[in-house]
Design a protein around this ligand. Sequence first.
Ligand code: MLT
Length: 330
Amino acid sequence: MKRVVVLESIHPDGVTALQRHYDVTVCLGASRARILDAVTAASAIVVRSVTRVDRELLDRARRLQVIGRAGIGTDNIDMAYAAERGIEVITVPGGNAVSVAEFTVMQILALCRNAYAIAEAVKANDFRRELYQGVELSAQTVGIVGVGQIGQLVAQRLRPFGCRLIGFDINPALRDRFAELSVQWMDCLDDLLQRSDVITVHVPKTAQTTGMIGARELALMKRGVRLINTSRGGIIVEAELLKAVQRGHVAGAAIDVLVDEPPFHALSEQVNYTNPLLGHPNILITPHCAASTEEAQRVVALNLVEAMVKILAPGTRGRRRASVAVGAKR
Ligand code: MLT
């Protein structure tokens, strides 16, 4: 029986589906040494965004045929080396897009209305409502950086609020789609940064997008801007964001993704994770959970397993492609 190692949490129905076909080891929150050990006999591994599937890991996994990425991003995977080794990488791009879009809208509203600060104050018996006057989303210009699948779903969900939507994407073919969504096309990122009251980032992590919002870009933004990042850590430079929030230029930021992500599987007493962003009251850090809904995780896991089973079936070797994006069936 082929061995599959699940290195990050996926929906339990996905694990059950895998167990019907394979010898499955679930190895969550393991040390690097334990991960490298676990993958040696694996025909397939399942990861999300944390496990570094690099040359070292791939060299240890000599029998590996498939990497299942439960989600969309592949920035934690050495795609070129996987292709060179003939290992297929399966992603499920649409599976969690609605959940990420809904989470983004929630964070936009939370920042506009100081929701988290109010919740904390009330727990501490502080009911001075005059301290927490917010702004109406309807009066804001929301800038969407990256208007692909998730950016478009965010735009659709924001439209009923009556806010002005502007967007920037490097793909000029999306221009018509912008018009359909009533999102005003910005010719360059700088234009979007200068005009937005709220900016939400929805780009993949690549060499071009890493650090795309740094000191210069933050300085271009309006004073009092609110920022949301549910895409990938490092697209907004963390140290520069902190400085901009400290001097009040950025009023608030909701950050779901960090360059060094905290240990998602450890109990709080075992965690000694530090990040300067965690200490600022106007920066809301969440543990990369925008996609964490029952619906999204189930769809992603089951579609991933279905594709994995097809690829690992006897007789498919030699017909493999480097990367397979599975259209999510709900
Ligand atoms: C993704 O790439 O799809 C997301 O980051 C979701 C995740 O890994 O939890």
